[in-house]
Design a protein around this ligand. Structure first.
Ligand code: FMN
Length: 211
């Protein structure tokens, strides 16, 4: 295996300059996201790492897909009874992060997580391909299963029966209302740009963090 200590990249593609920053971080997030989409070079640009902590304060993270950004926050969908669902039920403080290596950019968001409305979850659930809907119905996410066949059999026998499909009440969306959003732009000599927006008393303040 290659010596990992030899991996070294100089980041030189862009910068974050105070004079050009919007007062609202959503604007910067949108701009960065548009650039990713326009480049057509990033696979799953909306994949984000979601960190939660369990009742013993043990952290765990996993990748989920960002499906919507509203004025209130960042939305993803999952099984409410999954491990992350149980964690969030117990502790609504979560963190999400994005790493877009081809742009040498990272975004880290800390916030408060809550379920979205059943109506909004329905809207998204029924917009998914039928196979994905069935997948969500037959999978008790995060529980131990005996083997691969077990879940495939469940899927196939559900499909064969052709029952009317309705969104399981334990599957739906969460919204993360950000408390702070940090934008990281890689720079030369490890002197990266880190700009953090913090939400307090209904307004955003901007600070620069040491790299
Ligand atoms: C690219 C990618 C996208 C994923 N998107 C989702 C998602 O949107 N929702 C979800 O529940 N799991 C998603 N997963 C699976 C999760 O990473 C994880 O395995 C699953 O949600 C169970 O996590 P938990 O046991 O910690 O609750 C995705 C995984 C990858 C690699």
């Amino acid at each position: 295996m290659k010596d990992l200590s030899d991996y070294r990249t100089s980041y030189e593609k862009s910068s974050l300059v105070e004079e050009n920053l919007p007062s609202n971080p959503y604007k910067l997030f949108d701009k960065w996201f548009d650039e990713l989409c326009e480049s057509n070079s990033v696979i799953e640009p909306n994949a984000m790492t979601l960190s939660t902590v369990d009742f013993k304060n043990r952290p765990r993270n996993r990748v989920v897909l960002l499906k919507k950004i509203s004025k209130k926050g960042f939305v993803f969908y999952t099984n409410y009874d999954s491990r992350k669902g149980i964690d969030i039920n117990n502790n609504k403080n979560v963190s999400i992060s994005f790493f877009w290596p081809s742009f040498e950019r990272q975004v880290i968001i800390e916030g408060i997580c809550s379920k979205i409305s059943a109506i909004d979850s329905d809207k998204y659930f029924y917009s998914r391909p039928i196979e994905s809907q069935i997948g969500a119905i037959v999978s008790s996410q995060s529980t131990v299963i005996p083997n691969r066949e077990h879940i495939e059999n469940k899927f196939n026998s559900f499909k064969l029966k052709r029952p009317e499909i309705s969104r399981p009440s334990n599957w739906g969306g969460y919204i993360i209302e950000p408390r702070n959003i940090e934008f990281w732009q890689g720079r030369k000599n490890r002197l990266h740009d880190r700009i953090i927006y913090q939400y307090d008393e209904a307004k955003w303040s901007i600070s620069r963090l040491s790299p």
